[in-house]
Design a binder for this molecule. Structure first.
Ligand code: UN1
Length: 476
């Protein structure tokens, strides 16, 4: 059994959960500890006790620890990428890139440790100086989803530690493997006992204990809207800081003047890579009239030709769906799409492969309207739909006509339309001639409306959530 990490000790639990490979259900990766409330409490106590000492470490000490973690993540890229693909189901290529991304994130925040700044300015009153500095929040609860098992933990844990916070980390139940490796790396990189704690287990037990404890000063969460709202309500009640990232229904607009081949590539990547299981996935393809027929033809051909298979097999372009529950959700939405009048142009059927897994042929709907449920609700699977529109103005309107606002894309060769779209899209991130998914690690990440709440993640903007500001007045 892979144990919990509490106060620098590996702690086994009475119960454990199996971690199975969605590409091959006969493959059990390992057993992982299932924490109860007492273990979660012990982790929070340890973090609270260790937080002041960590906050007092020098930037150089923190730099060295995070940099060592980055080194090891990079060194073990192959092993971590393979484990990631085995437990989550994205292709090995995607798994390796994600492992690399995690290393880069740690490297970036290692640098940020020694790059922290404040403001020093004259007071409006003579003879007085004002300084504005940032201090750690304290103990941060980190709750992460299954779709980026190493990158999302990295982009929450690295800044938390960089800015001097102690951490209690609760990864998604489906992907304890990468979380465990990361904990092992952090421990060996020299993170002091209690500063970083790993508590694998159920959301209803571990997550709930984090929500209810007065020892937690802030919670950063990525996951579903339903749970996100619960996290927010509980943080609001206790007046504690919260950061939520909850998904999208991201539009990709394709205009008549787009480079057709490029637009099809962008759509295939945005909609279907990582099996469509990205909150940044392009699920609404909003296409203007004159190019629509040709775009659908080409996209459907590409969709049908996508190689769906074992995540670890060479040549696989689309891995399996991550779990039985998610597969059921995907199939249910495909049925809803049909029932509401969408034309299932291709895909959408379960596939058999050599090994028993959750294989699904990417589904493309055409003739859909923006009010259909498949265009309103996040499916989180390889399901995309084409919405045909008259012109750019209608495309922009439809793109913004959603309760989400994470990312929006446009494929066009027109400077006028791309500039207008960048300025008028009601999303937190805008892509021109690029897939909506697949972001850089050194710039802010986050959305508007129902997609996100609280300060942005990643890059220097991460300081906003993981620190609290102090204003000092000094009379000389
Ligand atoms: C990406 O598209 O590169 O859960 C990252 C998600 C997002 C991360 C997307 N928070 O899918």
């Amino acid at each position: 059994m892979k144990p919990l990490l509490i106060n620098g000790e590996w702690v086994a639990t009475a119960s454990a959960a199996e971690n199975r490979n969605p590409s091959d259900l006969s493959d059990v990766i390992d057993l992982y500890a299932h924490a109860g409330v007492p273990e979660t409490q012990a982790a929070m106590d340890a973090a609270a006790a260790a937080a002041p000492g960590w906050a007092a470490t020098s930037p150089q000490q923190r730099f060295e620890i995070l940099n060592r973690a980055a080194d090891e993540l990079a060194l073990r890229r192959q092993e971590i990428g393979t484990l990631l693909s085995r437990e989550e189901g994205k292709t090995l290529r995607e798994g390796l890139l994600e492992a690399e991304r995690a290393a880069n994130i740690f490297r970036f925040f290692a640098g940020e440790c020694v790059r922290q700044t404040g403001d020093l300015l004259p007071s409006v009153r003579p003879g007085i100086d004002v300084e504005v500095t940032r201090e750690p929040l304290g103990v941060v609860g980190i709750i992460t989803p299954w779709n980026f098992p190493i990158a999302i933990p990295a982009w929450k844990i690295a800044p938390a530690l960089c800015y001097g916070n102690a951490v209690v980390f609760k990864p998604a139940e489906l992907v304890p493997g990468c979380a465990w490796v990361l904990a092992d790396i952090l421990k060996r990189a020299g993170v002091p006992d209690g500063v970083f704690n790993l508590v694998t287990g159920k959301g209803s037990v571990v997550g709930q204990a984090l929500l209810e404890s007065h020892l937690i000063d802030g919670i950063t969460f990525t996951g579903s809207q339903t749970i996100g709202h619960r996290v927010a309500a509980s943080c609001l009640e206790r007046l504690r800081k919260v950061q939520l990232e909850m998904g999208g229904k991201n539009p990709l607009v394709v205009l008549n003047d787009a480079d057709l081949d490029q637009a099809v590539d962008v759509a295939v990547d945005g909609a279907f890579f990582s099996t469509g299981q990205r909150c940044t996935a392009s699920s609404r393809l909003i296409v203007t009239e004159d190019i629509c027929g040709r775009f659908i033809e080409k996209l459907a051909d590409r969709c049908k030709a996508l190689t769906v298979g074992n995540a670890l097999a060479e040549g696989t372009e689309i891995g399996p769906v991550a779990s039985a529950d998610q597969l059921e959700t995907d199939l249910r939405y495909i049925e809803i799409g049909r029932a509401q009048g969408g034309n299932l142009r291709c895909g959408g059927e379960r596939l058999r492969r050599e090994t028993d897994g959750y294989y699904l042929q990417p589904a493309l709907f055409t003739d859909t309207t923006n009010d259909m449920r498949i265009n309103r609700e996040e499916v989180f699977g390889p399901v995309a739909s084409v919405i045909r529109v008259k012109d750019y103005d209608e495309a922009l309107h439809v793109a913004n006509e959603t309760e989400f606002g994470l990312c929006a894309g446009i494929c066009t060769t027109s400077l006028k339309h791309s500039s207008h779209f960048r300025k008028n899209s009601k999303a937190g991130m805008v892509m021109v001639n690029l897939p909506t998914a697949g972001v850089d690690y050194h710039v802010p990440f986050g959305g508007r409306k129902g997609s996100s709440f609280g300060p942005r993640e990643q890059g220097r903007y991460a300081a906003e959530f993981f620190t609290t500001v102090k204003t000092g007045y000094v009379r000389a």
